[in-house]
Design a protein. Structure first.
Lengths: 225, 182
């Protein structure tokens, strides 16, 4: 299984899906998953599919004002898209997303004041929700802010290891200039506190989840071939 | 300082990289680049880490460069280069191409593939329903566009929109082609 990157694209980012896919292929990615709050509004998705040598998937990022609305949104998106991610913008959203088995990935903002809680970690482990670590602050921030962010990431990572949650790492790119190669991302993850094997697995996980979810499951453990 | 005993000499590695940036001229100064790399390294690993790695810029022609570092600090060097996101306020990315043990082998292995990299200035315009603006440059299927609506690219701090010719005409089947297909 090759490495997969999660990224945003135009109109939410500043590069088109095809430019992101083209750059990602040059950098050595096996696949790229575009996460969008409005997956149908992406500019020229068919152009991205024409880029050869890389698997391109356009998937959904659930976002809503409240936790109840978010639950409904996740339910409607999970029936249409094989991969649903949630950006943990608040404690309420993080708790709700970790308790919903339809969520594949919860991208946790590493904040020292609001670290990953034990209850959230336990719920994420039970519901097989992967925890995403966006490494863009490591690239874009400097000094004290970055040190605080790294401190929070280490705290969260300890809990992820303790509860055997599968982590995902991403550069959180919104432009082709924000994309980094898998090796660079592994090196950055090493600086942030990941082990080499752990980082490589974290880069493979989105592709594996996508492959599993694309299969036709009639029920838990029952697949229609 | 040069060691008197060859066996005490530190082993080195050489990394070839390509700088991708939004700079119109494509000519970033070597001093600015090295300043950013050194700042990134100091910020990530501190003074002792920087002293142990002994990072030096061997050559840089505005786009392609060669950097020297200690053979035990490959991952650190990759991380320091990856953490560079802008040079003098202009959005940029350093793409590492490969690592080798000598300058000669680094050049032989990784430089011939890069001869096609040369940007050309462009004066054409794109007028579509969702997108309009002036083409800044094209390279192969890659197109950089300066949008008429500046807020379109405000999200990630980029000045230009990164597109491909596939977005603009949709008829370019082979993404490996060198014709811009506009």
């Amino acid at each position: 299984m090759s490495f997969f990157e999660l990224a945003g694209c135009y109109p939410e980012g500043s590069s088109s899906a095809s430019r992101m896919a083209y750059t990602a292929r040059q950098l050595g990615w096996g696949g790229i998953i575009f996460l969008s709050r409005d997956p149908e509004g992406i500019f020229m998705p068919e152009a991205a599919q024409k880029v050869k040598g890389i698997e391109v998937a356009i998937e959904a990022e659930a976002q809503a004002a409240g936790s109840r609305a978010l639950k409904g949104r996740i339910g409607s998106l999970s029936s249409r898209y094989p991969f649903v991610a949630v950006l943990g913008s608040s404690e309420e959203v993080i708790r709700m997303a970790s308790e919903d088995p339809h969520v594949d990935l919860l991208i946790h903002p590493c904040d020292v004041r609001h670290p990953l809680g034990i209850a959230t970690a336990r719920a994420a482990a039970q519901n097989q929700v992967a925890i995403g670590f966006d490494l863009s602050p490591l690239i874009h921030m400097r000094g004290h802010n970055r040190a605080r962010w790294m401190e929070a990431l280490r705290i969260n990572l300890e809990l992820v290891r303790k509860f055997h949650i599968r982590p995902v790492i991403t550069a959180g790119a919104a432009s082709h200039l924000d994309l980094r190669s898998p090796r660079e991302l592994m090196a950055l993850a090493g600086v942030a506190g990941f082990e080499a094997q752990e980082a490589a697995e974290a880069l493979r996980l989105p592709g594996r989840l996508l492959e599993l979810n694309r299969r036709n499951w009639a029920g838990p453990g029952v697949e229609i071939l | 300082m040069r060691s008197r005993l060859p066996v005490l000499r530190q082993r080195r590695r050489y990394m070839v990289f390509v700088l991708e940036s939004e700079d119109d001229s494509g000519m970033v100064q070597a001093r600015d680049l090295m300043g950013e790399i050194a700042s990134s390294q100091l910020s990530l690993f501190g003074d002792s880490g920087a002293a142990a790695n002994r990072l030096r810029l061997i050559s840089f022609d505005g786009q392609i460069g060669l950097i020297r570092f200690s053979h035990q600090h490959l991952a650190e060097t990759r991380a320091a280069l990856a953490a560079v996101s802008s040079i003098r306020g202009i959005k940029a990315a350093i793409r590492t191409k490969g690592v080798s043990g000598t300058i000669k082998s680094a050049r032989e292995k990784y430089l011939p593939r890069l001869v096609k990299l040369s940007f050309e200035s462009d004066g054409r315009r794109i007028e579509q329903k969702d997108i309009s603006g002036c083409i800044i440059r094209t390279h192969g299927v890659k197109v950089d566009l300066c949008p008429d609506d500046r807020y379109k690219s405000a999200g990630s701090g980029a000045r230009f929109l990164g597109l491909t010719s596939l977005d603009l005409c949709g008829g370019h089947e082979d993404a490996d082609g060198t014709a811009d297909g506009l």
